[in-house]
Design a protein around this ligand. Sequence first.
Ligand code: GLP
Length: 530
Amino acid sequence: MRIITCDTYEELSKKAAKIVASQITLKPDSVLGLATGSTPVGMYSALAKLCKRGELDFSEVKTFNLDEYYPISKANKQSYDYFMRKNLFSKINIKNENVHIPNGETTDPKKECEDYEKQIKASGGIDLQVLGIGQNGHIGFNEPDASLNSYTHLANLSENTISANSRFFDTPSEVPKQAMTMGISTILNAKKIILLASGANKRRVVSELINGGINTSIPATMLKTHPDVTLICDKDAYIGAKLGIDIGGTNIKVAVIDSDKVVYKCHFKTGATEEKILSSLIEKIKSINASFNITTVGIGTPGIIKNGKVTSANLPFSDTPLQSIIAKETGLCTTVDNDANCAALGEVVFGNTKDCENIVLVTLGTGIGGGIIMHRQILHSNNNMGEIGHFVIQAENGRPCKCGQHGCWEQYCSMTAFIKDAKQLALENPDSILFGMIKNDKLSGKDIFKAIDCGCEVAQKVFDRYVRYLALGINSLVNIFGPDAVVLAGGVTEQGDKLLNPLKRLIKNDIRIEISDLQNDAGALGAAML
Ligand code: GLP
């Protein structure tokens, strides 16, 4: 099934009309299968315009409508006969004898259905079938059922359909309880099918159609057995809520985004084993999906991800097929990426650099992490990339790093390194204010800044050196990636201008340096946008 997504209903109508028009242009005596409902109205109006301008000729075209209420008189404004004449046939040059709609006035609906099926066959079969979709997944009036009728038949309408279609009638009791409809096989016999879906009330069924299997409880899923089906939907029908998950060593953060707004946030403890993490994720996703109608799940996790499998030093994941497990257990389209990549994506979509095309995110924490966004997409390779904490900034006598190299940037600019350096210098200067800040052999980042505020030269010296190293790394990143902005996150960035002002003086080319306004939320938000 091909999927065409459109921003608006108008765009959907134009695209659908273009497909129908091309069909008629290429085969002027095409047999069209037509649908009613509010969705194809815009397409019919676009086709009528083309015909009026002389750009489309319906004189040889034959049409067969999908369905008609039973019983109903043709004069009834709610009959599909009336609908088709009003919205299309009265506006185009189609011959009356080429128009076919099941006759809702017949006294013998069974024979009417059999004859209708024969007429379709005699016409050579349907070249292009246009379909809408009911909120319960019906096509034509083929309602969800344990087994589906194959050919044109008299169908009982479900309560759901009667209620959905009652909007066209004065009272729900006026909606006919039955209809004649092409069967699933009649529809599948068409050479080509386009299915139109518009509006938020179609979201759930479109998501089930895209993500789910083939099931008679959603009749439209039968279309997945046809080789040439195009689903054309507008943004409202296609984009449901997005679920983003950021798996951290201590907590798992969750964010739900609907229509570009964060509608729900929560966090829970990260389990100690692979099994516990997976079962808690599945349970959470299922319960959130029940309330928010999720279409996609994005997961950020530390570690290396290859083909959806995760291996992480910080989590009990070793070649864990996270993506396929979550997709299988929840039935939702799932994507997995590195957590720092997700955070960078979160920054460029929701953060204070959302006006940028290209950014580099640098997280200054226990280590240094980062993600690179180019043209608003995560920069990926087939190998582990974006490990910006591990480029070497001190070639000679560089500090040893757990990655096996010496002189890695994170050995100088992580919070761990900053505090370690400060403590060492404080111990070398026992008369300094900074030394007095050490309590129980411990010093915090905040203590260093407190000491600076009290005029401590030792603390100032450590900080100046830290900023020089930070600028060294950032300047290299700027040289390599040429971003519009570099975003900094992590505990030290709480200092705001105290960090930014001296840093900016050392950064080349006036490149924009921002402190993340999302901080720890960026990962889950970005994961949702994967
Ligand atoms: C009716 C028609 C269907 C149509 C459905 C959706 O039930 N029998 O063919 O797809 O309505 O209508 P709408 O496009 O108004 O949502």
